[in-house]
Design a protein around this ligand. Structure first.
Ligand SMILES: NC(=O)c1ccc[n+]([C@@H]2O[C@H](COP(=O)([O-])OP(=O)(O)OC[C@H]3O[C@@H](n4cnc5c(N)ncnc54)[C@H](OP(=O)(O)O)[C@@H]3O)[C@@H](O)[C@H]2O)c1
Length: 259
């Protein structure tokens, strides 16, 4: 199916590895030109080179810590300087540390708000004039299934991403008139470096944690980054333009809820 993404311009957060890289790979494979950002330069530049050579599109790496309030403007301006337009904004990066809620002080909470909520607010603020100018477009957020089915120990993420979901729904209603859709994907367990760290965080062996969590997934496997990227590609394409304001689990059936 031709998704109509050829020559579109997308910003993909956390594009150097994991889910962000999977999304960048999928969009570049559809012919989109990209700006990808992350903090660590060597990994980011290697990813941009690989994607560009593999798909024959332009991929511009921008080293940035998205918790820094000045970076959103610079990232968006890079896309405009390089390509003269912006069609798609994918908000994705890392996540705050795990731990019990009572163990976190104001500094930890502040950082979590910067990472999971303010990063998106600022990126959208910077991107919106250009998405409007393009006449249509997409904002796509990567959150987590824990934001709708909380997990003990994930409190910093759960609380801040719940705010993100409210923000995204409201935004979707306010900017639908410009032909811009806004959706949030909530991954379940997706095979990335980050998930390996989650598996290794406790006292149990990572292999044993992996086996136990896999057994909870009705589809019987940990998801791949392509499982997320396939839905992203649809939602940010003309074929997905009528889908907006949605919070969509991609979790192999893990979420136990009627919704
Ligand atoms: N994997 C899962 O099972 C899963 C499930 C649910 C939700 N999620 C969420 O999906 C998102 C991506 O997860 P992942 O598994 O792909 O993680 P990952 O493999 O650790 O990749 C994270 C990416 O984001 C970048 N990044 C992290 N912090 C950043 C910051 N402050 N500023 C700019 N870039 C930053 C990283 O590069 P640098 O470190 O170089 O900056 C990297 O490119 C996270 O928010 C995660 O919580 C993941």
């Amino acid at each position: 199916m031709e998704l109509g993404l050829k020559n579109k311009v997308a910003i993909v957060g956390g594009g150097s590895m994991g889910i962000g890289y999977g999304i960048a790979d999928r969009l570049a494979g559809e012919g989109a030109n990209l700006v990808i950002f992350a903090r660590r330069v060597p990994k980011l530049e290697a990813a941009a080179k690989t994607l560009s050579e593999k798909h024959g599109v332009k991929v511009i790496p921008v080293s940035a810590d998205i918790r820094d309030q000045d970076e959103s403007g610079r990232i968006v301006q890079t896309a405009i300087d390089q390509f003269g337009r912006l069609d798609i904004l994918v908000n994705n990066d890392g996540a705050p540390p795990l731990g019990s809620i009572e163990s976190f002080d104001d500094v930890a909470w502040q950082k979590a708000v910067e990472q999971n909520l303010f990063s998106v607010i600022r990126m959208v603020r910077s991107a919106l004039p250009h998405l409007k100018a393009a006449g249509s477009g997409s904002v796509l957020n990567i959150s987590a299934i824990s934001a709708i089915q909380p997990i003990a120990g994930f409190g910093l993420s759960v609380a801040t991403w719940a705010g993100l979901i409210g923000y995204a729904k409201t935004l979707s209603m306010e900017i639908a008139k410009y032909g811009i859709n806004v959706n949030t994907i909530c991954p379940g367990y997706i095979d990335t470096d980050r998930l390996q760290k989650v598996f290794a965080a406790g006292t149990e062996s990572p292999e044993s944690v992996r086996a136990k969590l896999t057994a909870e997934i009705p589809l019987g496997r940990i998801g791949s980054t392509a499982d997320i990227a396939n839905l992203v590609a649809l939602l940010v394409s003309p074929a997905g333009a009528y889908i907006t304001g949605c919070t969509i689990p991609v979790d192999g059936g893990l979420l136990r809820a009627l919704r």
